[in-house]
Design a protein around this ligand. Structure first.
Ligand SMILES: Cc1cc2nc3c(=O)[nH]c(=O)nc-3n(C[C@H](O)[C@H](O)[C@H](O)COP(=O)(O)OP(=O)(O)OC[C@H]3O[C@@H](n4cnc5c(N)ncnc54)[C@H](O)[C@@H]3O)c2cc1C
Length: 482
């Protein structure tokens, strides 16, 4: 029987930061389903928001967050996050994150919905710089053990108490136990046909928690990023909001700017407004993002990763406009937790994108997610001393006789994109809910295999999104119903 003080699922910013802090109190195990670096965090481009400039103040950041979230936010959580933001940036600096600076003064970027410049960044690959720095710190820590290629299947629960996890590792199912189990397993973008999220974002933590009976919250609020590369047969690649922050414009198929028609903040309006405006303009034809009016050297220096990635795909952002379209980007809701990360199940905690502290309300303000993840995952609970551990019955039943239909994944993603996408109708949501509930009831896994587990998780998350969407009859934030 394997026992740790803390078990953490996930090695993004939330999981790694939690592990570093928890290692001061006990023995920590990080279980992560691929290589340690593989996370959404590693792909974050724009940066991390915090009040770091004299012109800025906490109230402005709080108000911007509440405005973006359509005031559906948990105000206490917003205040907590904003007030603890600066100390987390200083901590990341002290660990070695090379944030852009001039003469040791941070350079701060501006993004949509922010009334001041407050985004600390490392070129256009902030997430990768943070991820690498945290990994270095974790790897040097004797109190932290790391299991790469370890897939968390389900929580071990008895009488509403979480005792541990079932993990698939090297073809075997292993039971691991702890007085504090932490889900830091990221978001669920892979539920949708088009997403900016990496392959790992299959909502595993949210699905596991749902199956265990934990309370979920606000799952109808899926943020669609307005500007993902949209070229046929090419993977959607994010074109950071920071591009618009630095002057990129949106133009429609007639070559005209259109954003001022939809919002006085133009291209820097909150993401849901920009995404819907693009969706509307797309009815007339392709929409483009254009920053080619800026000097090529500046673009290459400020956005090296985006420049390179587009170049690899035969596009030159310094010379031409880039075809774009919205894509599922961020899960505002998730496992309901309080400011300490406690879920509704004893000994079960959640941090980062998989959790719902209520900080984002009905829509997330740009660059607040890395901040939320690091602020709240710095709160380490006491690990409960558990004397006896429950016997587990392995996991769910496997039906070895049947053949598993891998096409189910594609079907779920199409249904979700068409019925729970940028613009929703009550009828579509209800129909999709009924259809996917039926699929869920008929789903039979045929072997212990990561792909099948992930499809089960995508399906469970899709059903939960549709359930919450069905309950919210009126539009709010990024849940837009006509
Ligand atoms: C392209 C892109 C750009 C972004 N840019 C920004 C930005 O500039 N600023 C900002 O604030 N936010 C940004 N975001 C959002 C932000 O990156 C994420 O919200 C944040 O990184 C989430 O961190 P996390 O630690 O919660 O999860 P993640 O970083 O996604 O980490 C989740 C971890 O859990 C592991 N995992 C998942 N399921 C299992 C399982 N079953 N078993 C074991 N391990 C598992 C994964 O492998 C991974 O290691 C961006 C998102 C995307 C997609």
């Amino acid at each position: 029987m394997k026992h740790y003080d803390y078990i953490v699922v996930g090695s993004g910013i939330a999981g790694l930061n939690f592990a570093i802090n928890a290692s001061k109190k006990g023995k920590v195990l990080i279980v992560t389903k691929k290589k340690i670096i593989e996370s959404t965090t590693n792909y974050a481009q724009g940066g991390i928001a915090a009040v770091m400039d004299q012109l800025d103040n906490f109230n402005k950041h709080i108000n911007d967050t509440l405005d973006a979230g359509a005031h559906h936010n948990n105000k206490k959580a917003v205040e907590y996050m904003v007030k603890h933001g600066p100390e987390q940036i200083l901590k990341l600096l002290s660990l070695g994150v090379p944030f852009a600076n001039k003469n040791n003064k941070l350079l701060l970027a501006k993004e949509g919905g922010h009334s001041e410049r407050r985004i600390a960044y490392v070129g256009d690959h902030t997430g990768n710089a943070i991820e690498k720095t945290l990994i270095k710190s974790v790897k040097n820590n004797k109190n932290i053990e790391i299991w790469e290629n370890g897939f968390a299947i389900d929580l071990i629960i008895k009488n509403k108490i979480c005792y541990g996890l079932l993990v698939l590792k090297e073809g075997k199912i292993i039971e691991i136990f702890s007085g504090a189990v932490v889900l830091a397993s990221g978001g669920l973008g892979q539920v949708f046909k088009y997403t900016t999220n990496p392959k790992i974002s299959t909502g595993d933590g949210i699905a596991m928690a749902a199956r265990a009976g934990a309370k979920l919250k606000d799952l109808e609020f899926i943020q669609f990023h307005p500007t993902a590369l949209a070229v046929k047969k090419m993977k959607r690649f994010l074109l950071s909001e920071a591009l618009r922050g630095e002057g990129a414009i949106l133009i429609n198929s007639n070559g005209k700017r259109f954003m001022k028609k939809y919002d006085k903040q133009g291209e820097l309006a909150p993401r849901d407004i920009v995404a819907r405006a693009i969706y509307n303009e797309q009815k007339k034809g392709q929409v483009y993002l254009d920053i080619s009016h800026k000097k090529p050297d500046y673009i290459k220096k400020r956005f090296p990763k985006i420049y390179e990635e587009l170049k690899k795909r035969g596009l030159d952002i310094t010379k031409e406009r880039i075809p774009i379209s919205p894509a599922a980007h961020y899960t505002c809701g998730g496992i309901k937790v309080n400011l300490k990360g406690e879920s509704s199940i004893k000994n079960l905690y959640a941090f980062g994108e998989t959790a719902c502290t209520g900080v984002h309300g009905a829509n997330r303000l740009a660059s607040n997610s890395l901040l939320e993840a690091i602020v709240f995952s710095s709160n380490v609970p006491k690990s409960n001393k558990i004397k006896t551990f429950p016997k587990t019955n392995g996991t769910f039943k496997i039906n070895k006789q049947k053949k598993f239909d891998l096409n189910i994944e594609k079907k779920i993603k199409n249904i979700m994109w068409q019925n729970a996408g940028i613009i929703r109708t009550k009828k579509d949501i209800n129909n999709a809910h009924k259809q996917l509930l039926l699929t869920k009831n008929n789903l039979k896994l045929t072997k212990h295999n990561i792909k099948q587990y992930e499809i089960r998780n995508i399906l469970d998350c899709a059903v939960e999104i549709l359930k919450s969407s069905g309950k919210r009859q009126k539009s709010l934030g990024c849940h837009y119903v006509i």
